[in-house]
Every structure is written in C-alpha cells, then in structure tokens.
Design a binder for this molecule. Structure first.
Ligand SMILES: *Cc1c(COP(=O)(O)O)cnc(C)c1O
Length: 413
C-alpha cells in the first residue's frame, strides 16, 4: 500500500466539515502544531475578550463588575457552558482552581462518603499529579487509607468491598488508550465504590458521556483541548444525585451559602457552587469563556471522527515513511480505543522531538522514550500531519537529530 500524498491530505482538508474552525485560531505561520493536547492554541476571540474585560470591566466598571459584568457567576456560567462537552447536565459542573486542586477536593470528599472502606484504586500509569494528590489526601485524612495501583486492564478485577473510590484518567496521557467509562463505572458501583474520572485528555477531544455512564465525579483541564490558555481554570463535576451529600472540602467563603453575610460559621451552598474556595480568577476565566464560546456549535461526533482519521493517517504515514528506523507504536491501533494523540517509542525520542521542534513541528516527549503527537480536530489539518512526517523522515534520514543541542534536557519536555 502506498502512503497518501500531500495532495491526498489536502483533499481530505477540503472535505473536512470542521475545516472552518481553524480560522478561529491564531497559529504562527510555518508551524505544525501537534501539542494542543498539552496547551491548546490561542482562539482569535481571546485577546479581544481579555482586552474588554481589562479595560472596560476592570478599568471602568471596577468593583461594580462583580455584579454588572457577571464576574461572580462566571464559575457556574462556564460550568454550564462546558457541561454539554462532557455529557453533564446544567448545574453539575463548575469551573474553578486547577485539576490537581479539584482532585484533592473530590478525593477527600469521596472518601468521607464511604467510611469503613480503606482503598483508593487507580492505575500505576495514571498521570502523576493524580497519584500524588491521592497520596497527599490520604495523608491529610489520616484514617489509614491506601492507594492501590494496578495495571490498566486489571482495575475491574481489583474491585472489592474495601474500595471506597476508583480514580482513573479516561484517556492515558502517554499512550492515549481510552478506558470504557460506562463499563468501569458500573463495575465500581457494583462493588459499592464511587467513580472519579479525570477528563484532562478527553474534554474537547472525545464525546464524553458522564451522565449516560452514571459517573459520580470528574475533573479536567481548561488549557488542553478546550484552549483556555496556559494554566486556565479547571473544571469539577459532581453528579446531581450526589451533590447534597458530598461535603465541600476546602471550605472557603465562595462556597458558602451566603458569602456576603460574613457569618462566623461555614454553611455550604446548596449546589455545585459549594466546591468553590476563594475568589475566582476573572482574567483567566474570561480567556476560557472566549474559548468555550467556539465550542457552542461544534458537533462532537465530527470531532471524534476527525480525531480518529487524523490518528490513522499519522500512524500510516510514520509506518510507511519511517519503516525500520526504530519507531514502535505505543498507542492503540484501533481508533475507537485511542484518544486524540499518537505516541511512538524511540530510543532517541528526546533528541528527535527537539530536532522536529527546530523545524517547526511541535510535539512533545514523555519519559522514558515516547514521542507524543496531539491532534486538535478544530485546527489540526491533514496536511499538517503529512508535513510533520516529512520532517520526521528527513530528521531521521539526515541524522539531524544527532546534535548535542538536541540532547540537552530542558526542565519542561
Ligand atoms: C494535564 C493533566 C493534569 C494537570 O493537572 P494540573 O493541576 O492542571 O497541573 C492532571 N491530570 C491529567 C490526567 C492530565 O493529563
């Protein structure tokens, strides 16, 4: 089988029902950006929105803007805007804090709902912050809980009446392997455990159906496929049916039922708002809101279809054009089992990634040997993948990766 030509890829772009969204992003000329799974691109609307919030709402409105410009309602407003992207209902999502902080709140909250059970079950390959946060939460609670780590395929078998909480990333950050959300949620429930999903690599990339899966709790990032900007506020989901019993953990005044009563004693707000802690970061929320505005009309089935097609094209091109050069596919080959990225193992992965970046092909590297390429269906074109693999083949054929400056490990990889 011959690999698709650049013209074949351009034809795919012309037929792409999502093609028009690329024009809503500011992407630098000559860059093939394949890292939108780590930091989403800049929506054109964001600088203007931010400028309005800065000059008019802050500059002129000053403190009046908490009410007049709707600042105080932003965490819930953005939560409702985000909810359809993850299959949640209005009032089930709030945008606040970071993914790590939200994990802490939900892990502690969940363990309190299952007294007498001592295990938090996760997989060893979960994103490290999830594991670190669980370790810290267990330490703070001081009730002898244990974090039990198993392989991805062994979660169901590890369930028992000792498990209080199952905590998994829906899409694996290294390999993009996707868990069966509905099946694992049901299995956790059969064992009497609560289920927490980390949607960092899912929101904006896959059609997530938290409600249909019966999920209890979820968190996720605003700055990856959602394009909310570096360090954008994260989101937190609590299923409606659990909201009254799940106590807030970081009991700040913004989660109080009536913060402006300035009462001495804490009383949680009735809905999802109780999981807020401090004053919301309005500038960051404004950038994320501009990004979410774009998602309003996006058809997630088209996003998923394109994401799978991009992945298939990329795998095919690498395997055809870099055959015998030491690349081993680390992601599921089957599109439905894969998120919106493709990773290859290679012993020289770090240097090759750096050589690609020097040629304007931006992917990233994950230790020990993974080259990771993310596909953001709203702005990644099929020709971008062709150009990226062309650069990869050139870097390998010329030996250009083998330079000292490409071996120097930076702090951020
Ligand atoms: C990116 C990512 C995070 C990041 O958490 P922050 O608190 O935003 O730094 C957490 N979990 C997963 C699975 C991720 O991929």
């Amino acid at each position: 089988m011959t690999a698709p030509s650049r013209e074949d890829c351009a034809a795919l772009d012309r037929r792409d029902p999502l093609a028009r969204y690329r024009d809503h992003f500011l992407l630098p000329e000559g860059i093939r950006y394949l890292d939108g799974n780590s930091l989403g691109a800049l929506p054109k609307a964001a600088p203007e929105t931010l400028s309005t919030v800065l000059r008019e709402e802050w500059g002129v409105g000053l403190i009046r803007s908490w009410t007049r410009a709707g600042w105080i309602a932003a965490p819930e407003r953005l939560g409702d805007r985000l909810a359809p992207l993850i299959g949640a209902a209005p009032g089930e999502v709030v945008v606040t804090d970071s993914t790590s902080v939200n994990l802490f709140k939900l892990v502690v909250g969940a363990l309190r709902l299952r007294p007498g059970r001592r295990l938090v079950l996760s997989e060893g390959g979960n994103f490290p912050t999830d594991l670190y946060v669980a370790q810290g939460a267990i330490e703070v609670l001081g009730r002898g809980h244990e974090l039990r780590l198993v392989e991805a395929g062994e979660v169901e078998a590890a369930l028992s009446d000792e498990v209080a909480l199952v905590m998994l990333s829906h899409v694996d950050f290294k390999t993009a392997a996707v868990h069966d959300m509905a099946a694992l949620t049901q299995a956790a429930h059969r064992a009497g455990a609560l289920m927490l999903w980390d949607l960092a690599h899912s929101a904006g990339a896959l059609k997530v159906e938290l409600g249909r899966a019966g999920a209890d709790l979820a968190v996720g990032c605003g700055y990856k496929f959602l394009n909310g900007g570096p360090g954008a506020p994260a989101f937190l989901f609590v299923a409606e049916r659990l909201q009254a019993e799940l106590e807030p953990v970081l009991t700040g005044w913004m989660g109080h039922a009536r913060p402006f009563d300035f009462a001495t004693d804490y009383a949680p707000a009735p809905g999802i708002r109780r999981h807020l802690c401090g004053t919301p970061p309005i500038l960051s929320l404004a950038a994320l809101e501009a990004a979410l505005e774009l998602w309003r009309e996006v058809d997630l089935s088209q996003v998923r279809r394109k994401s799978i097609a991009l992945g298939e094209l990329f795998i095919g091109l690498v395997e055809a054009r870099c055959r015998g050069l030491g690349f081993v596919l680390a992601s599921p080959r089957e599109g439905s089992a894969r998120g919106s990225q493709v990773s290859f193992r290679h012993a020289q992965g770090y240097a090759i990634t750096q050589a690609l970046i020097a040629r304007g092909v931006i992917g990233d590297f994950r230790t020990p040997d993974l080259l990771r390429f993310g596909f953001a269906p709203l702005y990644t074109r099929y020709v971008d993948l062709w150009d990226a693999v062309e650069a990869l083949a050139e870097v390998m054929a010329s030996g250009a990766w083998n330079k000292p400056e490409f071996r120097e490990r930076a702090f951020v990889t």
